[in-house]
Design a protein around this ligand. Sequence first.
Ligand code: HEC
Length: 223
Amino acid sequence: MRVTRTTWVPAFARTTSALAALAAAMDLKWVPAFARTTSALAALAAAMALVGCERLARNMYDGAKEKPLRPSAAFEDGSSSRPPIDGTVEHARGVLASTSSGRAARAAEDGRIAAERATAIPYPIDMALLRRGRERFDIYCAPCHSRLGDGDGMVARRGFPHPPSYHIDRLRTAPDRHFYDVITNGHGVMYPYGDRVAPEDRWAIVAYIRALQLSQDPPREVR
Ligand code: HEC
């Protein structure tokens, strides 16, 4: 049998304590010191043996598994992994990198990026867009800007600085992107809403603000 630390330790302990007992029977003066030393040694050896036991169970740590890029007998080409099949789309790069399910989120990612790049409202302005814009505006903007956009919202009435009315010339003639950027980054004391209002929704809000502006200042021909 292979001698491991676990097998020789009990034998060693038995031998030293037998020696100590023998010496005691012979009434030797040096025995107590010798006995103390040998039992301390035995205890130390036992402690080491316990550590050894844990080492013997090493296969609990190094399970039988294939590691990426290591050689393996599992496949004929000697590799532990399979090459990607033709047409595989990687999802750890580009627009798919920040999505959890790659393909499924691609359209959404592309839409978001297109919205972020646009310099003017990038969608056809229809009722669906305006309804969405009104809903988001009433939630996120009206508390300060009021549902009419004149800057007299409830939060402003209760002491927050009054925002400018959307119906002043400067904001009537401001480009769409200015409103988008104010939502994204905030403006003066107004804090940013980029973390709460998605890029597509920011454009829906801008479209609705344009509708509000028209409602208060219709072109001459429709007055
Ligand atoms: C907590 C109150 C509050 C909310 C909510 C709020 N705003 Fe404002 N907003 C302000 C204030 C105050 C100002 C003026 C800031 C300044 O000039 O220091 C302002 C300014 C603006 C301006 C004018 C920027 C300029 O060029 O002068 C726009 C446009 C605007 N907000 C759009 C929005 C939109 C869109 C939302 C909703 C997504 C929104 N705000 C939500 C308080 C708010």
